[in-house]
Design a protein around this ligand. Structure first.
Ligand code: KG4
Ligand code: ZN
Length: 335
């Protein structure tokens, strides 16, 4: 048997646990709280914490059972970034289990996890430039090797996923917005509505608030309620503007830094148009693109376990006091 790690993820609205054994996925349980938050069209932190508390033991138990063995060499959990209440639930569960089993406890950075989700289906090659696009983050990161990170840029206002969610909300499409816009955009014309591309070439930072406002103004200018095909056109046009901006910066960063490998991760990396455009432009620029399968782009415990496996291999020592941190920064580890 290889080295077996349980990864627990509770930073936002999925209660998730997975067992990864020396890089191979043995089980992956994700319990979504979407039904809880849908009527509020956003995540209510207090409701999320309570739901994590109710679900966590059952989710961990199911992931151990499904993995075929209860033997574990370490327990890892998301230390941050994320919502504090939900983070604490995952931490206490992980801490308790690690203590009972007498195995090491590792606190893992959620965003680092999104990069390493790739390794559950293919090899990561370094150095790489990763773009992590989720509900809370849009981070462009240079990594020389596992444990070495330089954040090149991030969003100055809305995250990419947040922009999808807000635009969906203003069009009355429900929550979360990403998957709905992705689906509707397939029937729309991406050139139908002229929207700004916030390229901001002088910086690696992003900004999506202006684009979101441009969509709002477009809707407000209409004298009649938008019909189905007009909504599809607007979704396609908005999605194209986001995708164009994200891919432009990812490819440009790799080109300027002379890095050959680019990675996409986070919930928005499940977007079909982003995957297609990034694939085409990476190939055109002679770059290799790695993206996890859609189910591993959104939050899961496997990506947390995978980072922990790297740290165990390098014998990284973590402090005894692992404080959950809603805005945990990228930290370097290992020699
Ligand atoms: O990584 P994730 O599961 O949770 C966070 O860490 O935030 O990302 C969730 C975000 C949401 O904003 C959701 O709308 C977006 O990912 N998302 C998508 C798609 N699937 C999920 N955005 C665009 N297209 C999708 N297919
Ligand atoms: Zn995430």
């Amino acid at each position: 048997m290889g080295v077996r790690v349980l990864g627990i993820e509770t930073s936002c609205d999925e209660t998730a646990a997975a067992v990864v054994e020396s890089g191979r996925l043995r089980s992956n349980i994700v319990s979504s709280q979407l039904h809880l938050h849908r009527r509020f069209e956003g995540i209510v932190p207090e409701l999320a914490s309570r739901a994590h508390l109710q679900k966590i033991a059952g989710v961990i138990d199911a992931s151990l059972r499904e993995s075929g063995s209860r033997k574990l060499d370490a327990v890892a959990f998301t230390q941050g970034p994320g919502l504090l209440g939900p983070l604490l639930v995952g931490k206490v569960a992980a801490q308790t289990l690690a203590h009972l089993l007498g195995v090491p406890l590792l606190g893992i950075n959620h965003l680092e996890g999104h990069i390493f989700a790739v390794e559950l289906s293919e090899t990561l090659r370094f150095p790489l430039v990763a773009l992590i696009v989720s509900g809370g983050h849009t981070d462009l990161v240079l990594s020389q090797r596992p444990g070495r990170y330089r954040v090149l840029g991030r969003t100055r206002d809305d995250a990419a996923g947040e922009a999808f969610d807000k635009v969906a909300r203003l069009l009355g499409l429900g929550y979360p917005g990403g998957p709905v816009i992705d689906r509707l955009a397939r029937q729309g014309d991406p050139a139908a509505v002229a929207l700004p591309r916030p390229f901001m070439p002088e910086t690696w930072d992003f900004s999506f608030a202006g684009l979101k406002t441009a969509v709002l103004y477009h809707v407000q200018r209409q004298t009649r309620k938008l019909g189905r095909s007009q909504v599809a056109d607007l979704c396609a046009s908005f999605q194209e503007a986001v995708v164009d901006t994200l891919v432009f910066k990812l490819i440009e960063a790799a080109r300027r830094l002379r890095v050959k490998d680019v990675v996409l991760g986070g919930g928005v990396a499940a977007n079909s148009r982003l995957r297609a455009v990034a694939g085409e432009r990476a190939a055109g620029a002679g770059l290799r693109l790695a993206v996890p399968p859609p189910g591993l782009c959104t939050d899961n415990g496997a990506m947390i376990a995978q980072v922990a496996l790297h740290q165990l291999k390098k014998r990284v020592r973590q402090p005894a006091n692992l404080r959950s941190d809603p805005s945990l920064p990228f930290k370097n580890w290992g020699r």
